[in-house]
Design a protein around this ligand. Structure first.
Ligand code: NAD
Length: 397
């Protein structure tokens, strides 16, 4: 659980609000019954509504991964509650998971997604849950959901032709780069063009983060994906890397020195951006992290125990629900467009993301300085304050 005694005290949180936020509002677990080529046995689907205080809808992505568990989905739904509140979006926190291999052929994934939408049709059609891409899913999977619901506002992260938002696919990585630039100036007292960066993960979030950071002039010295990483002391040529990735489907083996995901995290760089999976910085490696600044592109890349070790070593961590919120801010615009029929240009989407994230950054920073707490606690306390206020105004407290 993200809340602790210190946050409860900072917020002046009533006991009932604490209890409401201590466990999910509602959990749905079901199985896909349709035959999926290449799959034997059942595929389980989980949907967790953590808190509907600021919803419905409950907003949060759909993760497809063979090892996804209900516990993981619940943890991610909880993060969404605070991320949405910190961004001041009228969304509760939710998340869903499909326990299937995301490397299945596209035809099998399409069947899985339409069966997923069929199983969750009541949640999707009532507007209670609005999914978006997460690990293992992207615009084609969102299109498959739309193919079942035929409601534009029922899913975000769709392809442009069916109401997708220009800039949505870049949104999370763009937001990470905006927050990273601001954090580098604040905490390292440097410009982004003067720092070295290592990025773990080269999927949606990692690749777009690299793209925008590189445009800002940052020196990206290492990237990795599930198959391993590459290190170039003089900086990676991103255009060459993208070409290599397009040919091979991986960044592993792209010249320079071959490195593991583990050694990437421990590189002596100024800025480390874990943008792949959760729990990668843990008690096993936290003491070896050398980067002074960690910006969480992924959700929950640092375990709670590792957080304490890093803070003891004076590392600055910009938490996930602040750093990677660009995606949900863009999703909010797409959801609104789905309802109104309005259209937004890519430049406007980026401008809204930048303004929203930087405003949240400043609020978090000031609260943290004023109250002598780290950025994670500060952001959580701000988000929790908004949630508690909403609970009061709804007559829950
Ligand atoms: P993705 O599936 O597009 O990419 C995941 C990347 O991680 C790939 O490069 C993959 O090879 C790599 N990877 C997978 N397992 C790994 C491992 N064990 N070690 C190292 N690398 C590994 O997913 P994504 O959408 O880029 O999401 C990445 C993270 O960002 C997740 O934690 C997700 O929850 C979070 N996030 C995503 C969005 C979004 O809009 N897509 C928004 C907010 C947060």
């Amino acid at each position: 659980m993200l809340l602790d005694e210190e946050i409860v005290k900072l917020v002046g949180m009533p006991e009932k609000a604490y209890r409401l936020l201590s466990e999910p509002d509602r959990i749905i677990r079901c199985r896909i019954r349709r035959h999926v080529p290449g799959v034997s046995g059942f595929i389980y689907v989980y949907l967790v509504y953590h808190s509907a205080a600021r919803g419905p809808p409950g907003k949060g992505g759909v993760r497809m991964s063979s090892d996804v568990t209900l516990e993981e989905v619940a943890q991610l739904a909880e993060i969404m509650t605070y991320k949405n509140a910190l961004m001041d979006l009228p969304f509760g926190g939710a998340k869903s998971g499909i326990a299937a291999d995301s490397n299945l052929p596209p035809e099998s994934k399409q069947i899985i997604m339409s069966a997923y939408a069929h199983e969750l049709r009541n949640e999707l059609l009532s507007g209670h849950y609005v999914p978006a891409p997460d690990i293992g899913t992207g615009p084609s999977e969102m299109a498959a959901i739309f193919g079942e619901t035929h409601l534009r506002e029922s899913v975000t992260g769709k392809p442009i032709g069916i109401g997708g938002l220009p800039g949505r696919k870049e949104a999370t990585g763009y937001g990470v780069s905006v927050v990273a630039e601001r954090a580098v100036r604040e905490f390292l007292k440097k410009e982004i063009s003067d720092v070295t960066v290592a990025v773990q993960g080269f999927g949606n979030v990692g690749s777009w983060t690299c793209e925008f950071l590189s445009k800002m002039g940052a020196k990206i010295v290492a990237v990795s994906d599930v198959r391993g990483g590459t290190f170039h002391a003089g900086g990676i040529n991103l255009e060459d890397l993208k070409n290599y990735f397009q040919r091979t489907g991986t960044v592993s083996g792209f010249g320079g020195s071959q490195i593991t995901n583990q050694s990437l995290l421990e590189l002596d760089v100024d800025l480390l951006i874990p943008a792949a999976v959760g729990g990668v910085i843990n008690t096993g490696n936290a003491a070896n992290i050398k980067a002074d600044l960690i910006v969480e592109g992924a959700n929950a890349p640092v375990t709670q125990e590792a957080d304490e070790i890093l803070l003891k070593n004076k590392k600055i961590i910009v938490p996930d629900f602040l750093a990677n919120a660009g995606g949900v801010v863009a999703s909010y615009i797409e959801w609104r467009e789905g309802k109104s029929g309005a259209k937004t240009r890519k430049g406007e989407t980026f401008a809204v993301i930048k303004e929203t994230l930087l405003e949240a950054f400043e609020e978090t920073l000031h609260f943290s300085v004023r109250n002598g707490v780290n950025l994670r606690k500060s952001a959580l306390a701000l988000a929790a304050t908004r949630i508690v206020d909403t609970m009061y105004s709804r007559g829950w407290l």
